[in-house]
Design a protein around this ligand. Structure first.
Ligand code: G3H
Length: 539
């Protein structure tokens, strides 16, 4: 591994950490079950930051604390708590009105906002996200909750009326599905966990959530808010080794809904653990290998700017990142020069520093993996064409690798880090073939100015990926747009409004239109004898 003293010097000494960003170790000994923060006296997992501290003995990872490593029996307690709260759909939460659930969620949001500073600081220390991005992640999550509440009100208003068709009168609503297991990824540990957990709860499901292995402590400040905002057992947490704590949950057959953002390998294992897979609804966000395609008619500066953002925001650790670039040979030399310069101009440093783009990777294994990819690419004839590829501890300077080719791992694997493979092409059929043969199908970016060429490419791509971005990096937002993927990239669609549908099932009450039934329905609605069958309108 190439190492550089200069990179190591970017880590701070203890005194150099600004006062406002200092962090004290957080020894988490509780988990949320049955509406209480239950103490755990067993084994714990030690948490170390990607940020190292420079001291006399060299670089040392900053200790952040620990969290409980629960076992099977605690996981099953958590499951029982959720099953009890759901009570086969008869529990307090699933039978609450939409307006009541919204009230609980608003209480939660109020309490959550009070914890912002601590959550944002932990996001920076635990996963190395920049201060700006960590704050954005928090704010975006709060906005997501507010928008989801508005979308639910809209949905409920539409469902508040009866329909009469072919002599049948009916009211159609969306009802919960049951016990939901939510597991988010380390790169957006708060936002992506909450984009499933929040709609699942609002629709009346009960939730067990397991934070990602990297990104646990930042949820700790929110546990009281969950405990105090929802009835017992509606929100529960588990921590620990997936095989020990998630295996028993899935194989119990009592999980009705799996919301998982992670790898397709783990998703397959979880699905197969369920004894009756047909009873398990899944919402999955999986890997992607989104290509950027730079056409000969591209505006070079714009393509470079968006490609840098797309490939390297948060060190390339986004499922939506541009993970391979196809550049037409006519622009190739100029693109490589400008792109390499722009990548080299990115500031490398600590998450709290202003204007920093490249921060420490969450663990040294990620750095080793980047190096393996570079070695493999070199063995297949590629070079690093910028001034990147050096590493020290968890810092890794972004590398632009050229020419990539199908023999190398970087062509196929989702690198999820700061290494950008670039390929030349002569005929647009070449990137199209790549997309068609790829295991993944999330998004693509097309850079160009000619509407004919772009139009043709859009039509070739839209049946292979789920979003084609024109002269723009790939991204998930705005959150009101559908976020999904084909092939091994996703199952189900998430967006503010789609998520409400995913976490519920359309259920109706219907009756032949006759005097008896009309009278019954009228009296139920007038006297509020049902919580489901109702024409109440939420303002
Ligand atoms: O990691 C995948 C995220 O959903 C990407 O979201 O495009 O807003 O960064 P983003």
């Amino acid at each position: 591994m190439v190492s550089s003293d200069r990179l190591g010097d970017l880590f701070p000494t203890e005194e150099e950490v600004p006062e406002s960003f200092r962090v004290s170790p957080l020894e988490q000994t509780e988990f949320l079950v049955d509406g209480e923060l239950r103490q755990w006296g067993g084994a714990s997992e030690h948490v170390a930051s990607p940020v190292h501290i420079r001291g006399d003995a060299g670089l040392e990872q900053r200790e952040l604390g620990c969290y409980p490593l629960l076992g099977e029996s605690e996981a099953l307690d958590v499951l029982d708590s959720a099953v009890r709260a759901y009570r086969s759909g008869q529990g307090d939460w699933p039978t609450k009105t939409v307006a009541e659930r919204i009230q609980h969620m608003q209480d939660f949001t109020f309490r959550m906002k009070a914890q912002k500073a601590e959550v944002v600081n932990l996001l920076m220390w635990e996963i190395g996200k920049t201060a700006g991005d960590a704050e954005k992640e928090f704010d975006r999550t709060v906005d997501y909750i507010d928008e989801t509440i508005d979308a639910l009100k809209d949905l409920d208003r539409v469902s508040a009326r009866f329909r009469i068709e072919q002599g049948v009168i009916g009211q159609i609503r969306r009802a919960p599905l049951g016990v939901t297991l939510c597991m988010g990824p380390y790169n957006y540990p708060l936002n992506e966990t909450f984009t499933t957990l929040i709609p699942a709860l609002l629709m009346g499901n009960v939730v067990i959530f397991k934070p990602p292995r990297l990104g646990v402590l930042l949820h700790r400040p929110l546990l009281e808010a969950f405990r105090d905002s929802f009835p017992p057992g509606v929100v529960n947490t588990v921590y620990g080794d997936g095989a020990k704590v998630i295996g028993p949950l899935m194989s119990s057959g009592k999980v009705d809904l799996l919301a998982f953002i992670g790898s397709s390998r783990v998703a397959d294992i979880l699905k197969k653990q369920h004894p009756k897979p047909h009873r398990l609804r899944c919402v999955l966000g999986l890997e992607a290998k989104n290509p950027g395609i730079v056409l000969p008619c591209a505006d070079l500066d714009l393509a470079v700017r968006e490609s840098v953002l797309g490939a390297l925001s948060y060190n390339g650790q986004r499922c939506t990142a541009l993970k391979i670039l196809f550049v037409h040979r006519r622009l190739l030399d100029r693109f490589l020069e400008k792109f390499s310069q722009a990548v080299d101009a990115l500031n490398v440093g600590m998450p709290w520093q202003a204007d920093v783009s490249i921060t420490p990777l969450p663990e040294t294994e990620r750095v080793h993996y980047m190096q393996e990819l570079l070695d493999d690419a070199a063995g297949h004839g590629a070079e690093i064409v910028n001034r990147g590829g050096q590493s020290e501890a968890t810092l890794f300077k972004p590398a632009v690798v050229f020419p990539a080719n199908p023999k190398m791992r970087l062509y196929h694997e989702e690198q999820f880090g700061p290494v950008v493979p670039v390929l030349p092409f002569d005929d647009v059929e070449e990137p199209i073939r790549y997309v068609t043969q790829s295991k993944y199908g999330q998004q693509a970016s097309v850079f160009g100015k000619d509407p004919d060429q772009i139009g043709m490419l859009i039509d070739a791509l839209v049946n292979q990926v789920c979003r084609v971005n024109i002269n723009s990096q790939c991204q998930r937002g705005p959150d009101s747009f559908p976020f999904t993927g084909r092939k091994a990239s996703a199952e189900g669609t998430l967006s503010v409004s789609d998520a409400l549908r995913v976490f519920a099932i359309r259920t109706l009450v219907a009756a032949k239109t006759n005097d008896l039934n009309k009278d019954i329905l009228e009296r139920i609605v007038r006297d509020h004898t049902s919580r489901f069958l109702s024409t109440d309108f939420i303002f």
